[in-house]
Design a binder for this molecule. Structure first.
Ligand code: GLU
Length: 260
């Protein structure tokens, strides 16, 4: 049995590739599956905060852009359009299971200034008391500095803000491998990581950044979470029901053990 079975307060990060088809249009079938699972976990007594990517990708799909824009204002315009579509869809789908959602868009200054940080912590706490599912993203439409830069890092910061028990990164890969599983048939999934430094080399250069899962940012997220005692798991977002297995104590994905 893994140590996550009793985790109550959970941050779940969902990546763009999990939410969308290749062209940036929403993958409704995947989202329905995902949202039903999350709604059910919430009904079982878990407190859930989602960190959802997808604003820029979905905005590109809506605006008919095939290539990720290289300039910041166009990416911000995409994010503004896509964030709206994302929240509309989350609200509608979670609404089917009677779960209210809330949008929280963060910028780095919020977590760097003590007063603003405390304000957002208070908001999270009150939303969770109300039984709401907060859905977080970076405020891409106003941030010019790629603030947190990636949502793996953002999700770890959110986990520390709310004192989560567990951070789940839903990725497009099953977990951390000993080599790139798409290129090396002998690659093996690493089930548990206790010492992040010892696996850093596996996410080294871009050629060994497995899949689009971006293991470097995932290990950075693990470092942030585990250093304050929060456990982390990487699971494949294509199969959201794996989260049931996780809480049933099955060994799936890669677990990073928080340093208590
Ligand atoms: N905030 C970005 C978006 O919503 C995603 C960043 C990331 O996936 O790491 O498009």
């Amino acid at each position: 049995m893994n140590r996550f079975v009793n985790a109550k307060r959970i941050v779940i990060k969902i990546g763009t590739t999990t939410l969308t088809h290749g062209g940036g249009l929403l993958n409704y079938r995947r989202m329905e599956h995902l949202i039903k699972t999350i709604a059910d976990l919430k009904n079982s007594g878990k407190e859930i905060v989602l960190v959802s990517s997808g604003a820029i990708g979905v905005g590109m799909g809506e605006l008919g852009l095939k290539v990720r824009p290289s300039d910041v204002p166009t990416r911000q315009a995409c994010a503004a359009v896509g964030q709206c579509e994302l929240m509309y869809t989350y609200d509608k789908m979670f609404g089917e299971y009677n779960h209210p959602v809330a949008q929280i868009l963060l910028t780095r200054d919020v977590v760097e200034q003590q007063e603003r940080k405390q304000n957002v912590i208070n908001t999270f706490e009150r939303l969770l008391e109300f039984g709401v599912i907060p859905i977080v993203n970076e405020n891409d439409a106003v941030s010019t500095e790629e603030i947190f830069g990636d949502n793996d890092t953002l999700s770890a910061i959110v986990a520390t803000l709310i004192n989560a028990d567990l951070l789940i990164l839903l990725s497009d890969i099953d977990g951390l491998y000993t080599a790139n599983p798409k290129e090396d048939p002998t690659a093996e999934l690493i089930p548990v990581v206790e010492d992040i430094a010892s696996v850093r080399h596996l996410a080294g250069g871009s050629s060994s950044s497995f899949g689009t899962g971006g293991m470097v940012t995932k290990l950075n997220a693990a470092e942030i979470a585990c250093s304050v005692g929060i456990d982390m798991a990487i699971l494949n977002g294509a199969s959201p029901e794996l989260m049931y297995d996780l809480f049933d104590g099955k060994e799936i994905g890669t677990y990073f053990v928080g340093r208590k």
